[in-house]
Design a protein around this ligand. Structure first.
Ligand SMILES: [Zn+2]
Ligand SMILES: [Zn+2]
Length: 405
């Protein structure tokens, strides 16, 4: 399984609800960061992923919205005592970029830092993941990356293994993991291997054949989608893609799913952009900051926010469902909120169900300015925010100014 966390989905500049490009990929204990726009380290800090576990950083190109977060993240890792080797990959210029930042800031990392320039066609391993690089076409040197899991051994035929003299226990486990035991090879007792999951990230690009070739048969194609079809000329001029073009690339590449990102701030409603892409490629969604997707068994799903732990619920979502919920009243353990019309009347129990901090003395339906809830004794709730998106409501609580639960 691969996990895919969108830390920043904005184009060109950050906005109130979007950070600039940054995506984290996790496969088992291997973690990769793809692009590192301004503010990425802070997004990581409020996410369920740890920035200290990053093994490689893949930069698609050196425009600021993809790289301005890199020097800060490298230095924070150093200040946090990182010891493990880190490799940064990027197109021509990435070495000069990192060197310049380190020189002018007199910065130095306490961990081994390697910077590799790539131009397309390279392949390398990051732990158990394989990364291949493909060329893209933007108005500056640029590349895209495809990340693949290893294929997994097929199903073990236990009866057959037993008949070949393999007992239950370590030998059986070895065979299952693809290791030969005596005269018995894994091929003799294992079914067809299962294809590992894969994803491809284009960074900024016009639609082009090298993107299609580099993303061949991936489970998920993450394609930039700065514009809609009505702005095709602008897309061409600035060397970006439209929703239609991203969908055409996904179709040609044989991808199973398409995630649009880097959508221009001019479009308020991502659903309109997605609808346009779906006229060509049905399995399309658009990413919001902090969306966490799971890629498994050849499919992709957005992890439902309500199923996450309260720690994982602590997230910034792009569009606040209300202006401000605040008002901590220490003496009475009460707080008040001003809900967005979209969730007026919904039962707060439903919304707060994942958060055990709340007791049941709350009204049956949300009304503007309702005061309800009682925070578990001993905790000082300073702020509570909730956000609504696609009819999912997420609560963000801040305790003691720093601790986010
Ligand atoms: Zn960009
Ligand atoms: Zn760019």
């Amino acid at each position: 399984m691969l996990e895919l966390l969108f830390l920043g989905t904005g184009a060109s500049v950050p906005s109130r609800h979007k950070a600039t490009s940054c995506i984290a990929v996790r496969g088992g204990s291997d973690m990769i960061l793809m692009d590192c726009g301004e503010g990425s380290q802070r997004q990581l800090m409020i996410s369920p992923f740890s920035f200290m576990r990053i093994k490689a950083i893949l930069i698609t190109h050196l425009h600021g919205d993809h790289v301005f977060g890199l020097p800060g993240l490298l230095q924070t890792m150093s200040l946090s005592g990182r010891k493990e080797h880190l490799t940064v990959y990027g197109p021509t210029g990435i070495k000069g970029c990192v060197d310049a930042f380190m020189t002018v800031t007199e910065g130095e990392t306490v961990y081994p830092l390697e910077v590799c320039e790539v131009s397309g066609g390279e392949e390398f391993a990051v732990g158990d993941l394989t990364v291949s690089v493909y060329r893209t076409e933007h108005n500056i040197a640029s590349v895209g990356y495809t990340v693949r899991e290893k294929d997994r051994p097929g199903k073990l035929d236990r009866e057959k293994a037993l008949s070949l003299g393999i007992g239950d226990g370590p030998d059986m486990a070895r065979l299952k993991n693809g290791v030969t035991v005596g005269d018995v090879t894994p091929q003799m007792v294992l079914g067809p291997s299962k294809k590992g999951e894969s994803l491809s990230y284009t960074g900024d690009t016009v639609p082009c054949q090298s993107v299609i070739d580099g993303s061949r048969d991936v489970t998920v194609l993450i394609h930039e989608c700065t514009y809609m079809a009505s702005e095709t000329n602008l897309a061409k001029k600035h060397k970006h893609s439209t929703a239609i073009q991203a969908a055409e690339d996904a179709l040609s590449a044989g991808a199973s799913h398409l995630i649009l990102t880097h959508v221009s701030n001019r479009y308020d409603e991502l659903s309109v952009v997605v609808d346009e892409a779906r006229t060509i490629f049905e399995n399309t969604v658009a990413a919001n900051d902090m969306d966490l997707f799971e890629i498994r068994n050849g499919g992709m799903s957005l992890r439902p926010r309500a199923e996450r732990s309260s720690h994982q619920l602590a997230e910034f979502l792009p569009r606040p469902a209300f202006s401000l919920v605040r008002i901590w009243h220490r003496a009475h353990h009460l707080y008040r909120w001003v809900p967005h019309p979209s969730i007026q009347g919904r039962a707060p129990q439903h919304i707060f169900a994942p958060l055990l901090e709340f007791k049941n003395d709350i009204p049956p339906a949300i009304g503007e300015g309702d005061i309800f809830g009682r925070v578990i004794e001993g905790r000082s709730l300073l702020n509570a925010f909730y956000y609504s998106q696609n009819h999912e409501v997420v609560v963000r609580l801040i305790y003691d100014a720093h601790e986010v639960i």
